[in-house]
Design a protein around this ligand. Sequence first.
Ligand code: 4NP
Length: 159
Amino acid sequence: MSYSVLFVCLGNICRSPMAEAVFRDLVRKEGLEGIVTVASAGTGDWHLGHPPHEGTRKVLDRRGISYAGQKARKLSAEDGTRYDLIVAMDSRNERDIRAALRPQQKAEIIRFLSILPEKGLADVPDPYYTGNFEEVFAMVEEGCRRLLATVKARLGGRA
Ligand code: 4NP
């Protein structure tokens, strides 16, 4: 019994590493470490090996959420066979993910804000450009909580 989730954004330094840290923290608090695997990647390769952006580190530090060991990496075609669920932070990311992966892959691909339809928004704004990391954190936290409930239901169904 296991489930794996990969969050993907453009640079893998702002939004997807934030979602990775927040979701892993929730997974740990639910006692699902070792059952639910969490990771992140970027569609671009500008920041390979870099830790999360200072703005992402600050919002996580403020809440005591760990991002230890997280380093930017680029999405690879193999990720489509490694993960059960790939979560794109915006619609451009979703397009790029679908183009990068092979058609017959195992992963289901969704857009992060499809989890929060009441927001009426397609894309998690990119704080690399807006500078508003708190706004993104609020969306990421709410979405991750709801995603965990879905994942738990799926795990229950498989058990
Ligand atoms: P992210 O934000 O996709 O949320 O990590 C960005 C980070 C870096 C760049 C663009 C977006 N960049 O162009 O370097």
